[in-house]
Design a protein around this ligand. Sequence first.
Ligand code: NI
Length: 152
Amino acid sequence: MAKLVRFGVSMEDSLLREFDRYIQRKGYRNRSEAIRDMARNAMVQEAWEQEKGEVIAAVALVYDHEKRGLADRLTDLQHLAAQTIVSTLHVHLDERHCLEVIVLRGNASSVRKIANNLLAIKGVLHGGIVATGVPNTEKVFAKAQNSTQPDE
Ligand code: NI
């Protein structure tokens, strides 16, 4: 368990009121929890944008498997990226359409490149990327022992 360190944060009262409404909408139990989440998100986002460090990404895409060459192209690309692809989930949506969820783990630049290449395959109807994980995963994601306790 990570050690919890307290620090003071100053902000304008109007901003704090807005922030409190925000964390209520988002269902956070306290400000600390919300701030920790925002810090983690900022670092994941930075790693993704700057293509630095390790990231984990899930790519979801919908395609028509009857479209000539598409399924082969998708499989070829995944075999080429075998070192980075952790797992693939395939769901047959109806007679023609398939959903594939591909989980990638590796350095941000290659994960990003593979994810974009998958989505760019001609005939992919819809898709998106959810990126998570960061450099120093244990440091950033380590849950503090008393992280669920409310602020005083
Ligand atoms: Ni299918």
